[in-house]
Design a protein around this ligand. Structure first.
Ligand code: ATP
Length: 364
């Protein structure tokens, strides 16, 4: 076997009702999540939702107050970090500054008393995997941030861990490096087939890199699914709001459809009970029409702002009925500020917010 291919690929990791308290604060509340063999799961959520805590209890860096953590069916709750067989990369590069890149990568092998010659060749191979085979003798201060994180990744993988844990590994890097490194991580992870938990608060990163994304709120999973599932079928208003941009419009559910100011829209969940709701509409599910062409088929409004974003254009429209919506559309359309337009719906099914109490409804 090659040096960096994990001895046991594709471990299954299961959090089963894990509870973690810090004093009176419940950081993990019956937290349940399964990572399938060889899968990359991104743990996404707002600050304080418990992402890092979940990663740390899996690593054994925090104790738990309930529930179980299973790796390939074995409860590892009592097992110390050093024997859980995890590779870890954190936000800060955390390389030893007085060691070369190669020596940093060798470190875990040294702890495991691997003989020097084998250490050297395995470290070189791990550095090769991250594209830094020519940087063995460089010190941390001679490496860019992105290179340091690649060394950290090589160091995490060289011991052939069962599971790879990444805690915001790209957050300290600038935008371009971040994208290229996340693609590299994904390629290596797929190549090795190593089960990976990737903690991030960046939804673009989570959607781009993961097989499945688990969105956390308040110490538990709110929804877990493929990036496409989360984006097109958000289970809750929180998900619709947190993953991607959403417009919110007041609507009325009737017989499995939502009516928004006289326009009828299909629902993601047609079993919704009748009543007033807020409807979530993606910017790309709105199109621009002209007032004259399609009377009665959309919502009239006035263009507030239109920004060129390279591959698309983003336009804000103030609706005559009140409120503002954002649209994303073809760059060849050039709406001008102050122009009267008709905002139309593409017909994509929409999720809705739980029924709005009568007193909170805005008159239209
Ligand atoms: P962030 O993106 O800001 O890192 P997170 O989702 O990773 O957030 P955690 O770091 O897991 O969240 O923290 C979850 C909650 O637990 C927070 O309210 C945090 O303040 C609290 N917490 C985390 N670690 C400790 C600790 N060692 N002592 C006390 N409270 C803690």
């Amino acid at each position: 076997p090659t040096t960096t291919s994990p001895a046991r690929t594709g471990s299954v990791v299961e959090f089963a009702g894990v509870v973690k308290r810090f004093g009176t604060h419940l950081a993990l509340s019956e937290f349940a999540l399964t990572l399938h063999a060889g899968e990359l799961v991104a743990l996404l959520g707002p600050s304080g939702s418990g992402k890092t805590t979940a990663l740390r209890v899996l690593a054994g860096l925090e104790s738990t107050d309930g529930g179980r953590i299973l790796i390939n069916g074995d409860d590892v709750s009592g097992v110390p970090t050093s024997r859980r067989d995890m590779g870890m990369v954190f936000q800060s590069y955390s390389l030893f500054p007085h060691l070369s890149a190669g020596e940093n990568v060798e470190f875990g092998l040294r702890m495991r008393r691997v003989p020097a010659a084998e250490r050297r060749s395995r470290a070189a191979e791990a550095l090769d995997l991250v594209g830094l085979d020519t940087h063995y003798d460089r010190f941390a201060h001679q490496l860019s941030g992105g290179q340091q994180q690649r060394v950290a990744l090589a160091r995490a993988l060289v011991t052939r861990p069962r599971v790879l844990l990444l805690d915001e590994p790209l957050s300290a890097l600038d935008a371009k490096v971040r994208v290229s490194l996340r693609e590299q991580i994904r390629r290596i992870q797929t190549e090795l087939g190593i089960t990976t938990l990737f903690v991030t608060h960046d939804q673009d990163e989570a959607l781009a890199v993961a097989d499945r994304v688990a969105v956390m709120q308040g110490g538990r999973i709110e929804q877990v699914g493929t990036p496409e599932e989360l984006y097109t079928r958000p289970a809750t208003p929180f998900i619709a709001d947190f993953v991607g941009l959403s417009n919110r419009l007041p609507g009325l559910v009737r017989h499995g459809f939502a009516e928004v100011h006289g326009v009828t829209l299909p629902l993601v969940d047609p079993s919704q009970p009748d009543g007033p709701v807020r409807v979530f509409v993606r910017p790309e599910d709105l199109t621009l029409g002209t007032i004259d062409d399609q009377p009665g088929t959309g919502l009239p409004g006035t263009v507030l702002l239109s920004s060129f974003l390279g591959s698309l254009r983003r336009t804000s429209v103030r609706l005559d009925v009140g409120g503002t919506v954002v649209l994303q559309h073809d760059v060849r359309l050039h709406p001008t500020v102050g122009e009267s337009v008709l905002v139309r719906f593409s017909g994509a099914p929409v999720p809705v917010e739980a029924h709005i109490p009568v007193e909170a409804q805005t008159p239209s």
